[in-house]
Design a protein around this ligand. Structure first.
Ligand code: FES
Ligand SMILES: [Fe+2]
Length: 439
């Protein structure tokens, strides 16, 4: 009892401190790499938010499935024989064994390796060994014991799941951010596809550091990734890198940085067929922004991020525009599992898709040069944040705090200039806090 009480007091103290500091443009170091915060996030944020599960192109045929994690739960995402995609808790209803163990595959059914209960790929329980000998007539109704379904909704090929039956629809949750997601997800009539299964790795990094960085941290790029600039892999320069916009959706947590390089040709790095596809599909307001964008780096709150940018596979050569989508999944205090995809326009040529995947791998694959730069920094931040001396300190988050947003931008949300600012991050922390404060 006393430990529960002292835990509740500690949570109140921490959230109170976060609320008062965030209102002044500061963030307490102690929200990172903290066991109290980790447990609270699991309960109050990840059990309530819409979380990314899979790209529908990962399941092209009936029977295709992928194993994913949803708020720490193992779940099966599968396309059934009629072509519908469903998501189920990967737990046998008999004694709780995991019924699926492979990370991906194709199966008409899942047979539990413990006592042999068998489920169709639409979740129905279809086989119970010795059912007539061990159960009395009418006692075991297979229809009562199917795999537990998870609520899902999708946007432009991205399937999300939510454990909170009372949560708003995905459309409401995204709250207008779809306008910017289209820059990644609707590069032609057939949208995008995942080039390959996701790269996966674990890192000693608090997931929040990554989600924040991808909500538009243009500030770190010319420094952390200076190597890429200097060698000529990257079509920007340290002097012009602040140009562009930062946009966020208030109280939703979503944010995007739209970096521009003066003089860069429109849609630089895309082949003509992709440019034509976008001009067919996107609105004039979307096109007027995207034509001029070099880098679009955004986070769908809480932990899905997307990035588009041109990158040269040979230094000095023209960049190839690639798109990566990544999921920062907390797996422990100060630890995360990374899933990183390369998305390509479904209607593009194979030649371009291959080139985009090479550029992605070189920059943001597991051993990619940008990826290495980022995780080295992020893991050190995480390590430092747990020290008793550091936990009492605060980080400054007041860039842009006293500036007015633009009022003539053609897209939704709160829009700030320049690209380098912290308005998106304050909104992300505000939203994070609103989830954690809700009992
Ligand atoms: S735990 Fe699955 S059949 Fe018994
Ligand atoms: Fe980076």
């Amino acid at each position: 009892m006393s430990s529960t009480l002292s835990q509740a007091t500690e949570i109140d103290r921490l959230l109170g401190r976060a609320r008062s500091e965030m209102s002044e443009g500061r963030v307490p170091v102690e929200i990172f790499n903290s066991d109290v915060v980790f447990a609270l996030e699991q309960e109050r944020l990840f059990q309530r938010a819409w979380l990314f599960l899979a790209h529908e192109s990962e399941l092209p045929d009936p029977g295709d499935y992928v194993l994913r994690s949803l708020a720490g739960n193992s779940v099966i995402v599968s396309r059934d024989e009629s072509g519908r995609i469903g998501c189920f808790l990967n737990m046998c209803r008999h004694r709780g064994n995991q019924v699926c163990k492979a990370s991906e595959g194709n199966a008409s059914h899942f047979r539990c390796s413990y006592h042999g209960w068998t489920y169709a790929n639409d979740g129905r329980l279809i086989g119970v060994p010795h059912i007539r000998r061990v159960y009395d007539p009418g006692q075991m109704q297979r229809s009562d014991w199917g795999l537990v379904p998870v609520r899902t909704e999708s946007y432009a090929g991205l399937l999300f799941g939510c454990l909170d039956p009372g949560a708003p629809s995905l459309e409401e949750y995204l709250g207008g951010f779809q306008f910017y997601l289209d820059l990644y997800l609707r590069p032609g009539p057939n949208g995008t596809e995942a080039y390959a299964p996701p790269d996966r790795w674990e890192a000693g990094t608090d997931w929040k550091i990554c989600a924040e960085n991808f909500a538009g941290d243009g500030y770190h790029t010319p420094v952390a990734h200076q190597f890429g600039f200097e060698l000529g892999y990257y079509a920007s320069s340290a002097t012009t890198h602040a140009d562009g916009y930062a946009v966020h959706i208030p109280h939703k947590g979503h944010g995007i940085g739209l970096g521009q390089t003066p003089g860069m040709s429109p849609f630089f790095g895309y082949p003509p067929e992709v440019v034509a596809g976008m001009e067919d599909v996107l609105s004039e307001a979307q096109l007027s922004i995207f034509r001029e964008v070099r880098t679009a780096v955004g986070t769908v709150f809480p932990n899905l991020s997307l990035l588009i940018q041109p990158f040269s596979t040979v230094p000095g050569e023209p960049g190839v525009r690639f798109c990566t989508m990544r999921l920062w999944q907390p797996v422990g205090v100060g630890r995360m599992q990374m899933l990183s995809w390369c998305l390509v326009p479904a209607d593009a040529s194979k030649e371009y898709k291959d080139a985009a995947y090479r550029a992605y791998t070189l920059a943001f694959g597991q051993a990619g040069m940008f990826e290495q730069d980022d995780f080295d920094n992020w893991s050190r931040v995480t390590r430092m944040a747990s020290s008793p001396l550091c936990r009492d300190l605060s980080f400054p988050y007041f860039m842009g705090l006293t500036r007015a947003p633009l009022d003539d931008f053609p897209g939704p949300g709160v829009v700030m200039q320049p690209y380098m600012t912290e308005t998106n991050f304050r909104n992300l922390w505000q939203t994070w806090l609103e989830y954690l404060e809700r009992p």
